[in-house]
Design a protein around this ligand. Sequence first.
Ligand code: ZN
Length: 74
Amino acid sequence: MKTWIHPETRKVTIECSCGQKFEVNSTIPWDIRVEICSKCHPFYTGEQRIVKTGAVDKFYARMKKAEELKKNSK
Ligand SMILES: [Zn+2]
């Protein structure tokens, strides 16, 4: 019997950076940490638009600051 093709599985905890925890059966004997999961991914939370807007705002704020610095240096 090829018993080795059925590796032992155990319950491991996957912990996301958002605090969400999942219990899964895995052959990996240690807990897993992930940056993003189905609970906090922008695609599922619908926050993608907000995140993008924030990034754009930061970009424009930097442009404005750069322009002001240019004006002040003259
Ligand atoms: Zn998460």
